[in-house]
Design a protein around this ligand. Sequence first.
Ligand code: FES
Ligand code: FE2
Length: 406
Amino acid sequence: MEKSKRIALARRMIELTELDQPDMGEESWETDIGRFTDPVRFELEKQKLFLELPQLIALSADIPEPGNYYATEIAGRPILLVRGKDGIARAFLNACRHRGVQVAKGCGKAAGFSCPYHAWTYGLDGSLISVPNRAAFEEKQLNGLVELPSAEKGGMILVHPQPDGHLDFDEFFGPMQAYLEDFKIEEYELIHAYRAPARINWKHAVDGGLENYHTPFLHKDTFGRISRNSALSRALLHIPFGSHHALVAPNDAILTLKDLPEDQWPHHCHFTSTNSVFPNTVIGGGFPLPVLFFQRSEPGDKVGECDYVFRLYGKKNASPEERAMQLEGVKLFMQVAVQEDMDVQVNAQIMMEKGIVPTVVFGRREINLTRMHKEYDAVIGHDAEKAVKEVHERMKNYKGNKMAAE
Ligand code: FES
Ligand SMILES: [Fe+2]
């Protein structure tokens, strides 16, 4: 992103701090909880938001060298990412062409992949290399792994889960591409990987990165302590980049820029950004924090379950002191994401499933949530206003309910 644009963002945050005014979006939105609990909607989401669109499923650092592989998934569809001998990152359906068994699990380095069932063996480029008793098959029945459209740029790997899907990296990221370049993602290496089933709808995890309204409360002992200037900690910006969204947060040092000539401002301008890439990838951290994180919440088999993927990266060639700081950063991020955030997200999911809450509200300081959820609704064709009206209708005779009294 050009420095002038970063300067404009920094100036806006300094101004909001001085006015002690949080950045407010255009509306406060009451919406239906079906988006977290409705199994019919969930199946539609898996199809429309995940299986029919490109997905940012990994960083280049997940498969840094030729022979590195990483088995992951998109909404239950197993995907194998491999860096070939030619240095190119490729994506395949992780399924043997004999009888469909997954040929790789987890991550690592390999010269090829041998299916555990009957030992059909594939090269790093997905081609079928050897088949025991080859004469037992017709040649035309012997095929390599199904390759998926993929593209790697700026340290990120974009994959379309359909072999004939349309994927255009520049088109997918639009103006966010230039913005993400400032992260220099390609300068990081993986230092911690976490993946575990979580008892939440996948959207709760995305929502956590879309607002900081909760930070001083939920993260009061961790992130909430980082800034002592409360006006500054509220002066975040919510920036849409098409379907993607950035939550831009100033660091305390931003206030030192005010009286400095702009040509002396550092390029980073003392702000960080949590970037939500449609539909469910969140990339955040980075300078001045010692780690960068990559989060994906893969929809599971049920609406209230997902696989929570949280991977942390530190700058390459770190000195022992820098590496120690990166590992401290890992601890902090793990506590924030996997304990603090996850605890309340699970609680919210369960309350919603029990029908304890009739609707949810995204306020003007949570405007990225409203924007993102409206994008989801638009893609799957969901009429949220109608759904909320129906709830209000059901609730109109509830006692003590403000809505009913109006
Ligand atoms: S299923 Fe893979 S070799 Fe038979
Ligand atoms: Fe959080």
